[in-house]
Design a protein around this ligand. Structure first.
Ligand SMILES: [Fe+2]
Ligand SMILES: [Fe+2]
Length: 230
């Protein structure tokens, strides 16, 4: 009896293995749920606004500091170039997925240039403290998105020819979502590199460091909350 049961279990699991062995080209991914789609739209909207903000913060810093401190010029330019790339990538995703941009876009541009140039006018250390604050918040924000995209974006998969749900298959993450996660994870690494660069360039010597960094972190968190919604 036990043997028979174990035999039938093993033949079931064999059948399951055979079915799960479907190659990626032979399956199609089911649609995202309404909630998954809504969150994804929010991810793209807030990340596009955030990278636009970063682009303009570094622009403001560069405007003020590049001529004054030739040794900082390539450092600032490198970070700015990466932000331009991040911004362009989310612009493209926004167009591809037809996500409406944040309605406050002109305000984000003005605010970001003001923060970038304003801290740079206080001094190069204050500009670096601003980078520490911004990149700390953005790093955490991207990590949170990555957790959701990894844990909550599985969809059913279907046989390409028959259209039937592939039996025994667990929910799977589509290549499109995987690609989005890879993009966010690469950008998160860039942001953390900016954070290290700012620390290496005396961010902690800014006066008043705590007030500047905590104040800017608060502004960033408020901006993220708002850009996700408006
Ligand atoms: Fe960025
Ligand atoms: Fe950055």
């Amino acid at each position: 009896m036990t043997f028979a049961r174990s035999l039938s279990t093993s033949s079931k699991s064999l059948a399951k293995t055979a079915k799960t062995a479907a190659k990626p080209s032979e399956i199609v991914y089911g649609p995202l749920s309404k909630a998954q789609k809504a969150y994804l739209d929010r991810v793209i909207r807030v990340d596009q606004a955030g990278e636009l903000g970063a682009n303009y913060i570094y622009r403001g810093q560069y405007m003020v500091l590049a001529a004054q401190y030739p040794h900082l010029k390539p450092v600032l330019r490198h970070m700015w170039d990466q932000e331009i790339h991040h911004h362009n990538t989310f612009n493209r995703l926004q167009t591809q997925r037809r996500v409406r941009p944040s309605l406050l876009t002109p305000f984000w541009k003005m605010g970001a240039v003001a923060i970038g140039a304003g801290t740079a006018l206080i001094g190069k250390e204050a500009a670096m403290a601003c980078t520490v604050a911004v990149e700390t918040v953005i790093g955490g924000h991207y990590n949170q998105q990555l957790r959701v995209l990894t844990n909550q974006y599985g969809v059913n998969v279907y046989d390409k020819e028959t259209g039937d749900k592939v039996a025994g298959e667990e929910l799977k993450i589509s290549p499109e979502i995987q690609e989005m996660s890879e993009t966010i994870s690469t950008f998160r690494d860039d942001e953390l590199e900016h954070l290290d660069t700012a620390v290496a360039h005396d961010a902690d010597k800014a006066v008043p460091y705590m007030l500047l960094t905590e104040g800017i972190k608060m502004v960033c968190r408020g901006a993220i909350w708002t850009a996700e919604r408006i």
